[in-house]
Design a protein. Structure first.
Length: 257
């Protein structure tokens, strides 16, 4: 388990998946280690852009988590949040919204730091789902609320700021979005390596979108190319973020003489 987790944190997602699945296969049914190994396998599979397989692994793990830890345990709720956010990569945004809303409600009824972090994570998924449905003003309001409640300068603050930038870009408020993306860039650089890896390319993508909206085409192209190359190297061609960066690059190229 420790090896699988270390491999994931090092960005070695295929190896992390293989190690986690080996642990899961070696454990009896309804074993806690096997269940957590399935969770790591699901996260690592999603990080390789195999989103359908990742969701199937979450579906396999969820009833096991419920039996071992209980439906209201923060680990079970976190798995539900992670599973819901994988749905966004498959275009199932309304389902993600409904599930993240349910997880937020459950988390705010709980106590302790785990529940507080879980509420922030589920709100982040909700922000993404709202943005994906074109409900950018709702996403902005929720992102600002979540950031006000989560003051730590950590990976959660980073993804919430990126969600806020996405909502502002969606409203064509590109100067504001660029400001948020610059703040996210500064925060991203301050984090340890293993905390930066899951958001590889995300900051550059936010910057590129804002710059393109401001018609700063050469700068936008440069940032989008960096985002695409980084995502391709880290996550592969089929990952949601790689596809988004490639699509943005194509849009930018279509405006160049």
């Amino acid at each position: 388990m420790a090896e699988a987790k270390a491999l994931y944190e090092a960005g070695r997602y295929a190896e992390a998946e293989a190690e986690a699945r080996a642990v899961s296969r070696s454990r009896p049914r309804d074993d806690a280690y096997g269940a957590v190994a399935l969770n790591i396998a699901a996260i690592a599979t999603g990080a390789q852009g195999r989103h359908t397989e990742a969701l199937a692994t979450y579906d396999e793990a969820l009833p096991v988590f419920g039996r071992i830890f209980g439906a209201d345990h923060w680990l079970t709720l976190k798995l539900r949040s992670d599973r819901a956010q994988q749905m966004t990569s498959l275009g199932r945004h309304a389902e993600c919204e409904a599930e993240c809303t349910a997880v937020v409600r459950a988390a705010v009824r709980g106590t302790g730091p785990e529940m507080a972090r879980l509420a922030a994570a589920a709100r982040n998924g909700l922000v993404f789902a709202l943005n994906a449905q074109g409900r950018h003003q709702e996403a902005e309001a929720l992102a600002r609320e979540a950031l006000a409640a989560h003051r730590e300068r950590d990976p959660m603050s980073l993804v919430l700021r990126l969600g806020l930038a996405r909502s502002l870009n969606g409203q064509a408020r590109h100067e504001d979005a660029l400001t948020e993306a610059r703040g996210a860039e500064k925060l991203h650089r301050s984090l340890p390596d293993h905390q930066r890896l899951p958001e590889t390319g995300a900051v550059e993508l936010a910057l590129a979108t804002a710059l393109f909206g401001l018609r700063r085409v050469p700068e936008a192209h440069r940032q989008a190319a960096v985002a695409h190359d980084a995502c391709l190297a880290s996550f592969g061609p089929d990952h949601r973020r790689t596809v988004e960066a490639r699509t943005l690059l194509e849009r930018i190229d279509g405006t160049r003489p």
